[in-house]
Each structure stands twice: as C-alpha cells, then as structure tokens.
Write a protein that binds this ligand. Sequence first.
Ligand SMILES: [Zn+2]
Length: 316
Amino acid sequence: MKILTLSLGVSLSFSRFLSQEKALTKIEEIEKVKLNSVEFGLLNCAIGQAGFSGIIPFPTEKQAQSILKLFRNNNYYFSVHAPYRISATTEEESKLKYSKSNLSATLKVTDWLGGHHVTFHAGSFKKKHNNKHVDKVLKSWEKWRQDKGYNAILAPEVGGKYNSFADFFTLVEITGGIDNCLMTWDISHDFARGGKIIDEEGILTRLEKLDEAFDLNPSNRLPMHFSGMVVGKTGEKHHTLLGKGNGVPWELVLSVLKEQNFLSKVNLICESKVPKGEKMSGNAISDALKARRFLESGQIVKKYKGKPGNLHYYFT
Ligand SMILES: [Zn+2]
C-alpha cells in the first residue's frame, strides 16, 4: 500500500496575535492523530495601510521559530495560505503594489517556517476574464520572487466562484508555463464552479494535465484542498463538512489518485468546517481522518452518487 507516501493535514491559523497556548493545543491535537502536513493560515494578516483599521500584523521571525519548536517531530510538510488581500487580477497599479507587499511578507514568513509553497487566491473579475493580464502579473511576481531569493513556491488556487480566477484548466495552463510555479487544486472549489470532477474521466484528464505541466514528486507535491461545500448559482457559497452541502466527490477523487499512484505527488489539506450558526459534529481534523481511513480501507469508489444541487453548468 502507498499509504506511507501520504501527506495529509489541516490548516493552523497564524498571526502576530496567536498565543503560544492556543498554538500548542492545536499542534497537540494534530500530533495525537499523526497527521503529517500543516498549512499555516495567514488569511487575515496584512501590511498596514493608511485608512484601514483592524489590521492583523504578520507573525515575526521569532514567533515563527517558537511555533516550530512546538512540533515534536520534524517530518511535517509545511505550507502557508496567504492573506485574502492579494490580487493578481486587478489592473490598478496601487492594488498590485499592495498585493506584492503582502505577498512579500507572506513569502518571508513561509521561508522562516520552511514551508514548501504559498497558496493564494488570485482575485476575481468584475467584467471579462483577462487571463493575459494575470499571466503577465504572475510571471513578473515569479521573477521578482527569484530575484529576492525567496524559496517558497507560488501556488495560486482554483477559485470557488464562477467569476474568481481561475478554473482548473486556465490555472494549469498559466502556472504550468511559468518555471518553478505551482497551483493549488481545491477540489471543493473546482466542484463548486462547475468543474467536471464528478466522473473518473474528468479527474483523469486533470491528472494528465498536471503531469504534463509540473514535475511532481514526494518533495514537490501539488497542493490540494478538500472539504464539503455549499454551492449556489455563482459557485462557492461556503465550506462545510465532508458529506454535507452539495456533495463534493472526495471519495471518487481519492480513489482515482490512489489508482493512478498520485498520492505521493500531492499534499492534501482538509479545509472542512462547520458553517457559522449550524450544529454539526466534526471538524477539519475528523474529516482528514475520514479521508485517511477511506484510503487505508482499500475501498475504491468508481461512481459519484451525490446530487450536485443547483449547478447546471458542468463543462470540463
Ligand atoms: Zn482552499
């Protein structure tokens, strides 16, 4: 069984304000169940900007070093999720500049943590998708990253909303064309925006594209996110637990990854959560364990049995 090659974990929210006690509690939970991957979430961190209040500062180098000391073993695969304030789709110079400052702060923290990559949402489009513009921006950011000597790899994420950048195929084409760049494949987002991952063929096509675009191996894994998802007419509404919402085909995707010997090429982060105001038992850790149990059970799911809900635009 290829289970030893599994890199599976959850995210851990990190900022200047995270207390050592809180971090330790979460890390102990993760260690107890032997997950081996952690994505530090800097989601609400930001560089101070005039006119904005309530800014949460990025962690310091000292804080990064102390949080690392809380992990008892050193076989973790670490990564970072950048703040939401980054946009590669905007055409406004000032916004692009502000995005780059936040990206720079994120890359610094990621290198202190020894993280492999930075996952980030690349932005949305108000009017027409302008892929050429994003391609240009990402290329310039990648060049700048290398000039600055940051080690962490850029990995923009498949967006969950129909107007967000970008769908799986656009992203694999753009990031695959940039040296040393990766992408983050969030299967719940892919599903929410109408990606055809509800049958084996759609998933296989994606794996083929990934193999063509990137050199994936156990030390350069494709970042993947999974969770339950509530879907509306424009795509993602919000994350939920596996098996809830509109039925993300996680068992089918994991089955194909396993059959194609792809598990050693991906880093799986569970982003499940109980939606605000709802009562459900479970969380990202219990859902990550659900995925691990499924993989270890030897079970293979061939057909999607869920109902994708009110989505009527499955395309590729
Ligand atoms: Zn995600």
